[in-house]
Design a protein around this ligand. Structure first.
Ligand SMILES: [Zn+2]
Length: 118
């Protein structure tokens, strides 16, 4: 982040007073731009002894096989996101069971939530 999304001023990366980690700070309007991990929701579609995988069509990791998953949108639940992404990525309609696994990826600021369809 280089500029403030509130006022357009250049931001700096520093620890705000009373905080314990650096944030993007705007000296123009005083906004502290908090950034939090992104949630990636998806499914592990299993049918008998087979697992439905998707071949990535875009970077990163173009050509690699992956589970149908993607970024959660605002105003949807994690289960809605997993169902939507499974449809968008694999054109598969699924009814979700429970959460299969949760994977923390702090080095890229992501949390994966993978559900198991029924
Ligand atoms: Zn600002």
């Amino acid at each position: 982040m280089n500029f403030c999304s509130q006022c357009g001023e250049k931001v700096r990366f520093a620890v705000p007073e009373g905080d314990d980690r650096p944030r993007y700070l705007c000296d123009g309007c005083g906004t502290i731009h908090y950034q939090n991990p992104r949630i990636v929701a998806g499914t592990l579609p299993v049918s008998g002894s087979k697992v439905l995988l998707c071949k990535r069509a875009i970077s990163p990791r173009k050509g690699y096989w992956t589970l149908p998953a993607g970024y959660m949108e605002n105003a949807e639940t994690t289960q809605q996101a997993a169902t939507r992404e499974t449809w968008e990525e694999a054109v598969a309609e699924v009814t979700l069971g429970g959460l299969y696994t949760l994977i923390d990826l702090p080095h890229i600021n992501q949390v994966y939530m993978i559900f198991l369809p029924t």
